[in-house]
Design a protein around this ligand. Structure first.
Ligand code: PMP
Length: 370
């Protein structure tokens, strides 16, 4: 076998946005587990604490400047999105998302009866004019946004647009669900305010997760909203899973309490930054005709291939070359203008769980296919 054939035969996974094995702090988390199971046995090994492990809720409440009863900690953030959709969406209600958006959220909203409409995403976040036009036609149950380093594109919502979107939510009376699991993984630039920090009318619900900062297997996610909303969702949660998984929530709380989270995030950024740089520069070099969303953090870079790119069976042809891609279409909801969504031209490129060599090789294989 020639060197070329060997390289081709090594599969490169540009599919799931998961942390690589070397990013999981096994030793430290193990110690935290051990400590909470031994020292807080009657709480963490028992049913109860339906709103989530109380010390963790308190830590989160302090971080976000809210009261404890505005925080619900559950089994991963996607399940909280599911509970929220059950609560807010009546059959056939609209939910608006960015277009493209996180595929599993689109599916979750649809499963709860929503008609999901995607509003085009620009370099600096959702197209606010298009959003306003859509709002003149109908007001959604909520608008779902991933404002920082969006999944699947990496794009970040600008400050100006954050203000305008919050104003629209207040004027038209809909909720914004801001989903921020990647926010702390910034490789360049300065943080922008949370949407909830710009909101004075209680229109913003925040959801996030420890999946990308610590471990997805822990299944610890949280939601912040008004006390009334959190009360309602807690009732739904109790009827769904009885009680949350307290040992993992307690381990996360212990990990935070020992001051380990911030250094862990710093070491993740050190691990991911060169991968992010490799992905960004490989795309610029290998796919000059494509439009790349500017990503300053997170797990993904998204590209829109040129109009004349060969996208016919791209996922199948890539697989034959040992390159595994997620079909672009899965990130697209129904269009706001009735036109068919152009998902076949979109490619999501996750960079955290691949080495810089795999990134360069993978992007070059992709370029050879389109
Ligand atoms: N929201 C976004 C934008 C995500 O990318 C993910 C995970 N890929 C989730 C939510 C779900 O995360 P969790 O593990 O907390 O359910």
């Amino acid at each position: 076998m020639s060197t070329d054939q060997k390289t081709q035969s090594q599969q490169i996974l540009f599919t799931r946005g998961v942390p690589p094995a070397e990013a999981l702090p096994a030793e430290d988390l193990g110690e935290c587990f051990d400590s909470v199971v031994r020292n807080d046995t009657s709480v963490v090994l028992q049913y109860g604490q339906q709103r989530g492990y109380a010390p963790l809720r308190k830590q989160l409440a302090e971080e976000y400047g809210v009261s404890d009863d505005e925080v619900l900690v559950g089994n991963g953030s996607l399940q909280l999105q599911d509970l929220l959709s059950k609560h807010l969406v009546n059959e056939e209600d609209a939910v608006f998302t960015e277009q493209p958006s996180y595929d599993r959220s689109i599916l979750t909203f649809r499963r709860n009866g929503a008609r999901v409409t995607g509003i085009p995403l620009e370099e600096d976040g959702i197209d606010v004019e298009r959003l306003e036009r859509a709002l003149e036609r109908e007001v959604p149950a909520f608008l779902y946004l991933v404002p920082d380093f969006q999944n699947p594109t990496g794009a970040t919502l600008s400050l100006e647009k954050r203000r305008r979107v919050v104003e629209l939510a207040e004027r038209y009376g809909f909720y914004i669900l801001e989903d921020i699991p990647y926010r702390k993984l910034r490789y360049r630039g300065e943080d922008l305010p949370l949407l909830r920090e710009l909101d004075s009318a209680g229109r913003v619900i925040t959801v996030s997760s420890f999946s990308k900062l610590l471990s997805p297997g822990m299944r610890v996610g949280f939601m912040i909203g008004s006390k009334g909303l959190i009360d309602d969702l807690t009732g739904l949660a109790e009827n769904t899973y009885l009680a949350p998984v307290l040992p993992t929530q307690a381990a996360v709380s212990e990990y935070i309490g020992r001051g380990m989270l911030a250094p862990n995030v710093e070491s993740l950024k050190e691990l991911y930054r060169p991968r992010w740089e490799a992905m960004t520069s490989s795309v610029k070099q290998e796919l000059p005709g494509a439009t790349m969303f500017t990503s300053n953090g997170g797990f993904f870079v998204g590209v829109m291939l040129p109009e004349d790119a060969n996208t016919q069976n791209l996922v199948g042809r890539a697989k034959e070359q040992g390159l595994v891609l997620t079909p672009g279409e899965s990130f697209f909801a129904d269009s706001d203008d009735g036109e068919p969504p152009r998902g076949e031209r979109f490619v999501r490129l996750p960079f955290c769980a691949v080495t810089t060599d795999q990134i360069e090789e993978g992007v070059s294989r992709l370029a050879g296919l389109v």
